[in-house]
Write a protein that binds this ligand. Structure first.
Ligand code: PMP
Length: 408
């Protein structure tokens, strides 16, 4: 095969989409007005596909903190955390994250992707075993690959399948690392963490939870699904990102394990990349402080999530899981998903188009993500745009929630 032949399928798929007059991936947001409004294709749109769960990307305190750091510390650190790239802000944010989670230590990474890559590739090595939920994010699979550990996929959200696979490992189960997410990004379904924790208690191993989509979203203090399920003490490593509820970029891991500190030195995705810019760290610290002090934002987020979910449900659309800030509208075909996505843009609403191979079980869907910053009227406008397109994807009555359960 010639070097570039491997792109033939992708190129054909792109051409086919372009032929249908849509360019759904890498859409240019020509202008951004606020956490919930921008311009795409010369049209003002409501942003309903951004993961900006608390709407903090435009928070005045976050912007002021970023501006101050930018002026005081410059545009970038120009170096790795292990060289010249550790500033006071990085260390302060690590202390604040550890304090927020009530954990002994924290590591800040340059992105959430790198947090998973950095943790998994340093924690596990050839000879170790990783057990990964089938629907986990690409960064978890890539981290597993980089580690060289044996990787076993278990059925999505299926503690019994995990249990069987751990039992099969015999004595090796004691040192296996189990990886799941809190809320899953495609369908918005939650991991049954209490059940997973019980399996781990019975069979052994270490538990890592990626709370990328649940930090600031669930739990009494906004710590995520582990807090909500009351099993935080049974989770060894919590990983997360600054790119969703905290409105910036970056990632982290918190843990009580004393080894976390030395793991930095073994983590290539931590060592061999530049640290986050001072302004990013400053806005993230401000956002974390707001997340802690303003639980009302979480309540607004959930009120909006319920409003959108009930609105789409009433229109007869099939939805991916129970209400959550990720509301996935399931469609039968790629063509339907494309038509709804493009129709929504025409009606002033931006959501995410998700089609195979990026989706679990080859599903086609459009994914809405709700923000605390949405006004109820914006949620109603999103529903009204979907109502116009009901002919394409809605069933007369709601089908059973798919929830992403079962194996791929
Ligand atoms: N983990 C999960 C579960 C995610 O959904 C994402 C981003 N979509 C990431 C990690 C990566 O986060 P980041 O954007 O900060 O690289």
């Amino acid at each position: 095969m010639a070097l570039f032949d491997k792109f033939a399928r992708l190129a054909a798929a792109r051409r086919e989409l372009a032929r249908q007059g849509v360019v759904p991936f890498g859409v240019e947001v020509e202008r951004i007005h606020s956490a919930t409004e921008g311009e795409i294709g010369g049209r003002r749109v409501i942003l309903a596909g951004t993961n900006n769960y608390l709407g903090l990307s435009f928070d005045p305190d976050c912007i002021a903190a970023a501006r101050e750091a930018l002026c005081a510390e410059g545009t970038g650190t120009t170096g790795s955390r292990l060289a010249n790239g550790t500033f006071a802000g990085h260390l302060a944010l690590e202390r604040e994250l550890a304090d927020f989670y009530g954990r002994r230590g924290a590591i800040v990474f340059s992105t959430g992707y790198l947090a998973n890559l950095g943790m998994l590739s340093s924690l596990t090595a050839p000879g170790d075993v990783l057990l990964v939920d089938a629907d986990c994010h690409a960064s978890i699979y890539d981290g597993a690959r980089l580690s060289g550990a044996e990787m076993i996929r278990f059925r999505h959200n299926d503690p019994e399948d995990l249990r069987k696979r751990l039992l099969r490992l015999g004595a090796r189960a004691a040192d296996a690392v189990i990886v799941v997410e809190g809320i899953y990004s495609m369908l918005g379904d939650r991991a049954p963490l209490a059940e997973f924790a019980a399996v781990r208690r019975e069979c052994g191993g270490y538990l890592m939870v990626d709370e990328a989509h649940s930090l600031g979203v669930t739990g009494d203090r906004g710590r995520g699904v582990a807090e909500e399920a009351g099993v935080e003490s049974e989770v060894d490593f919590i990983v997360g990102t600054f790119s969703k509820s905290l409105g910036a970029t970056g990632g982290f891991c918190v843990s009580d394990r004393p080894e976390l500190e030395v793991l930095r030195y073994a983590s290539r995705p931590y060592v061999f990349t530049a640290s986050p810019s001072p302004s990013v760290i400053a806005s993230t610290r401000a956002a974390l402080s707001i997340l802690r002090q303003r639980p009302a934002l979480r309540r607004r987020l959930w009120a909006n999530a319920e409003r959108l979910y009930r609105g789409l449900e009433a229109l007869g659309f099939r939805l991916g899981a129970d209400p959550s800030p990720v509301v996935a509208v399931l469609l039968d075909t790629r063509e339907q998903a494309l038509a709804i996505w493009a129709g929504l843009i025409e009606r002033g609403v931006y959501v995410n188009l998700m089609i195979p191979p990026a989706t679990p079980k080859g599903r086609s869907l459009v994914r809405c993500s709700v923000s605390a910053a949405h006004e109820p009227e914006q949620i109603d406008a999103i529903c009204a745009a979907f109502a116009d397109l009901r002919g394409i994807g809605a069933a007369p009555s709601r089908a059973p929630a798919a929830g992403g359960r079962g194996g791929n």
